[in-house]
Design a binder for this molecule. Sequence first.
Ligand code: DQA
Length: 146
Amino acid sequence: MKVLVLHGPNLNLLGQREPEVYGTRTLDQINEDIQVLASQLGFEVDFFQSNQEGVLIDRIHRGIGHYQWIILNPGALTHYSYALRDAVAGAGIPTIEVHLSAIQAREEFRSRSVIAPVCLGQISGFGATSYLLALYAIFEESTRGK
Ligand code: DQA
């Protein structure tokens, strides 16, 4: 089982970026935690971060036929990127949308995700643990009925 973990704009600044909202763990530390749990669950995992919408879209396209799952934190693209939404829908790779913060409990513009409707589900509000919960969800989904 191969899982692609995609981080969108500004998530490279985790650790120093609004720590009261996003916590103090850096992206590398979060990726390490994801890697540890993924290995325990028997998943292969690749990581990618970009601040550019088109680069994220290209990465999804390259993942077709390669990954069985995507865990996606689209950052602010969550709220307006129809292009990223179309990439997720078009790739046909089951995707879980993840957020560190509780987007529904923040500014109004954050409460809407244009990407969640084409995802299997959305996990938000648990800090870096949101990513780990997504891995557990994949584990449950992929072992269901076996
Ligand atoms: C975020 C929430 C977004 O609204 C914000 O633009 C981000 C991070 C989160 O993980 O909580 O960049 O996706």
